[in-house]
Design a protein around this ligand. Sequence first.
Ligand code: GUN
Length: 292
Amino acid sequence: MQILDGKKTAESIRNELALEVQKRKESGKKTPHLAAVLVGEDGGSLTYVTSKVKTCEKIGFESSLIRYDSSVSEKTLLDKVNELNNDDNIDGFIVQLPLPDHINESLIKSSIHPSKDVDGFHPENIGNMVLNVPGFLPATPAGILELLKRNGVETEGKKCVVVGRSTIVGMPLSILLARNSNPGNCTVTLAHSRTKNLKEICLQADIIVAAIGKPEFITADMVKEGTVVVDVGTTRVPNPERERGWSLKGDVHFEEVSKKCSFITPVPGGVGPMTIASLMLNTLKALELKGQ
Ligand code: GUN
């Protein structure tokens, strides 16, 4: 069994990006600038956004963090999105999800200009992904593909079961893995909460991606020998042994599943760092596409 080390792979990407930024600065070109909008106080969202901003600093990108109270109006948020759309200094930006219930998430996503939508959530970018034409790919699915590619995991012709159909991870990843590209060319099954015989379906898989948000949901009896297992889960579970009182658990029962598979991503240190690396790659790409 080999660990798919997202931390290490993301570090290589960060080093490549830092070099690129350095070259840009030396030749008088613009420094990439990512902005992040965070609404409310959710601990997980705050951790992710802080990590995104810190990564910008590490690789020499500029960053801006815009925070609102959870009572912010949809209008205020839309006005901010508009302002960021029109700010030439901002090359790409994200609005961290989830948003409070009184805000229409779809409306916010489709208000971000597609050329600055480095999360790849705008309908135009989703459409481009489905059509297999250039655009911004959503950060987590793109990060998973990059992790597989950079670690020599072959996908062509493989049976892949994606468990979870969220619009951020499961649904787009199932499309990307089925596309005629590398990585891709998989035969994909998208399983979800209404799927019957999930265990039997998973036992057929050469690659399993678990993205359901249920800690340790995928157990050893659901996995055949030699399967590649990608764990997207990051649930905070109470842990009195940790000073902070919780630890992160993936959707895969790592201890038992790792004994059967060929490759597995750990939690933390697997998919999470790759999401952030993809976001940085998308931000640089947004600037390059402006011709700057
Ligand atoms: N919430 C969970 N994952 C993501 C992500 O990749 N981008 C944004 N904006 N919000 C998220």
